[in-house]
Design a binder for this molecule. Structure first.
Ligand code: AHR
Length: 659
């Protein structure tokens, strides 16, 4: 009997939930197609890149070997000595024996010809190798004495030999060598060995291992899978190189773009500021090789069709750290000169001082830089003073370059208000705002920009991400609750496209075994990468940017949380589409009725791309990279309306051709 009651209960509950499914929303929406709202800037949705979480070295940069040039403070970090089966010999890390930024190299000395002697590199939390791929090994070497040769080996996690190559002859002058090593097995956690065979002494430096297959098959290139995920977003801009990394924990540690261009031997390796930042995630082996330097950032931006947005130190080190400050006047001049030279490096003809450096690096055409950022998350009168000094010089020389200023680390409060007030007085062009807040904040602030001055500076929502626990908590998750809340907030950014000209999630990339900061948009290990739910939300906005906003209203108000709904809409003049974005934070699915006003003809069918989950805690992972991902379906419109069925806890993009 009890069982019958239970199953009856179950049946009646199913009926209730079925009828809930068919429910039409009590919040009919209206889109007036005769009202052309703000233009959506081509830069509206973009990317924020920072070398945090092994995003560059160990991530986007396809180099397999850590500390390839022995320039870490501990020159042997990442390398182990191999001495097996009675081999007899030495390895020395030589310090400061040559001038310039590439100061150190290694000496391998063999005293007998038996056994195995050399070095082993463990990569960035292991080395990812693919079966059938060939790897390009390059190194500098010179023979000091004897007739020893160098042997390179790819070693699997079970110690199997997966590939090998030999360099027999070596000259006594420093010479660059290149070997190809085909790999026989896929392995996520392989090792690389550089062995010395025979008897003798060899000096070695800049030992580098890359797959031949990189993004655009460039030598020393980027990981194809990661760049593809970025390119798929069709981003409007690429901000680089960060973040706090721009500022440094002191001025010496700030990002200095001139040291990141040209030949690798001239790019000074330095400790990454995220190496020591968090007690809960110390990463002593995190350095910057600058294999991805400013040239490569510009090139990446160009490859993926994004406007480059470099950001430079304003002469104030991170105010959460040392807050070291450059005095105004002559001391600040080199910092301002760096900005001016950067514009020349990016834009000036190949016969100019800095344009010629770009041309020599393989890009005679300009990179078309239109934006430059001055300072990151700086605050106080010290920032304003310095921002003014930068603006004066940059605007006098390059009036068409738009300056992005910062409003500090917090999206509200005394410092924020002060900076906005001062920047407004300066006629600042674009102001960078950051918000790392709980999901509720994002939903509650979806109308944030409805209230902004339409004639004031424009906004760059430069860093944001919903934090499932609290900012910098190691327990933060890229879950659906966070992504859905960001989607709700982003409808507010879109609706206010006259004020908000740029927006980017942050941070962008994270290695699953080497992160410092969570959440992050894209995660990867040594072989594969996946997009989080947040990634798909970003992508659904950026690939459906449209040309101008059309108002979506309920009772003449913007749709910003009433009845658990958030909505915005744009028209795409190139594809002749109306694109409507709807976030339903209610648990139940429902039919949203959208009345359309204006003169137009609708196509017979439209498409809906939808992401939804009953479980707000759902996440993607290396094992289940698409556990939550967008799905497409079709819908048929009414004559002058759209009736769109959206799932519970969903984000939908509905598109239909209009004439
Ligand atoms: O995105 C991580 C960090 O958060 C950035 O470096 C900084 O700008 C912000 O505080």
């Amino acid at each position: 009997m009890k069982r019958i009651i239970t199953s009856l209960l179950f049946v009646s509950m199913s009926i209730i939930s079925l009828s809930v499914k068919a429910q039409v929303s009590q919040t009919p929406l209206k889109i007036d197609l005769s009202v052309k709202g703000a233009d959506v800037q081509p830069t509206m949705w973009g990317l924020f890149f920072e070398d945090i979480n092994f995003a560059a070295d160990g991530g986007l940069y396809a180099e397999k070997l850590k500390n390839y040039s022995f320039e870490f403070d501990n020159p042997m970090m990442g390398w182990n000595r191999v001495e097996e089966n009675q081999a007899n010999g030495y390895t020395y890390a030589m310090s400061y024996t040559v001038a310039g930024p590439n100061k150190k190299y290694i000496q391998l000395k063999r005293l007998n010809a038996i056994g195995t002697l050399g070095l082993q590199n463990s990569g960035f939390r292991g080395i990812g190798l693919q079966k059938g791929e060939t790897y390009r090994l390059t190194f500098q070497a010179r023979k000091v004495s004897g007739n020893a040769q160098l042997v390179a080996q790819l070693i699997g996690s079970e110690k199997a030999l997966l590939g090998t190559a030999v360099q027999k002859q070596l000259t006594s002058e420093w010479t660059g060598y290149e070997l190809s090593i085909p790999c026989s097995e896929t392995d996520k956690n392989a090792r690389f060995r550089l062995l010395i065979e025979g008897e003798g002494t060899i000096d070695v430096d800049m030992v580098s291992l890359f797959p031949y297959s990189t993004w655009k098959d460039r030598k020393r290139g980027m990981r194809k899978d990661i760049v593809q995920l970025l390119a798929d977003m069709q981003p409007g801009f690429l901000r680089f190189p960060g973040g706090c990394i721009v500022e440094g924990f002191d001025l010496e540690n700030r990002y200095q773009w001139k040291k990141t261009i040209g030949d690798m031997a001239g790019r000074e390796v330095r400790v990454n500021r995220w190496n020591t930042e968090f007690g809960h995630r110390p990463t002593p082996d995190y350095y910057q090789s600058f294999g991805i330097g400013f040239f490569e950032y510009f090139q990446l931006a160009e490859d993926i069709g994004a406007a480059p947005l470099p950001i430079l130190s304003c002469g104030l080190a991170c105010q959460f750290n040392s807050g070291e400050i450059v005095q105004m006047g002559a001391d600040l001049e080199p910092y301002i000169q760096d900005a001016v030279d950067l514009i020349e490096f990016a834009n000036a003809p190949a016969n100019t001082q800095w344009g010629s450096v770009r041309a020599e690096m393989g890009h005679p055409a300009p990179f078309n830089l239109r934006f430059i950022g001055v300072g990151n998350e700086n605050w106080g009168p010290q920032y304003i003073e310095r921002a003014k000094a930068f603006a004066e010089v940059i605007k006098a020389r390059y009036p068409d370059v738009t300056i992005v200023s910062t409003s500090g680390p917090s999206p509200e409060g005394k410092e924020f208000d002060y900076l906005w007030g001062e920047l407004k007085k300066m006629n600042a062009e674009i102001i960078d705002e950051h918000y790392y807040r709980q999901p509720e904040w994002f939903r509650e602030n979806a109308n944030r920009y409805d209230k902004y001055d339409r004639n004031g500076p424009k906004v760059f929502a430069g860093e944001y991400a919903a934090q499932s626990v609290f900012t910098v908590s190691p327990d933060n998750q890229n879950n659906w609750n966070c992504a859905l809340s960001e989607a709700a907030f982003m409808t507010g950014l879109e609706r206010n496209a006259d004020v908000v000209h740029m927006a980017s999630y942050a941070p962008l990339l994270a290695h699953v075994d080497a992160w410092q900061w969570k959440p992050d948009l894209i995660w990867f290990d040594n072989l594969s990468a996946f997009g989080t739910p947040n990634y798909y939300v970003q992508k659904m906005f950026s690939t459906n940017r449209g040309s101008y906003v059309v108002p979506v209203t309920h009772d003449n108000h913007s749709v910003s949380g009433q009845d658990n709904l958030f909505a915005s809409a744009v028209v795409d003049t190139a594809t002749h589409e109306l694109i409507v974005k709807i976030v339903n934070t209610a648990q139940n699915s429902r039919k949203i009725n959208i009345d359309l006003a204006g003169k137009f003809k609708l196509a017979a069918k439209g498409t809906i791309t939808e992401m939804a989950a009953d479980d707000l805690a759902v996440i993607n992972s290396i094992e289940e990279p698409q556990k939550i991902a967008p799905a497409e379906s079709e819908f048929e419109p009414g004559k002058k309306s759209l009736v769109i069925e959206v799932k519970g806890q969903s984000f939908s993009v509905a598109k239909i051709k209009i004439k």
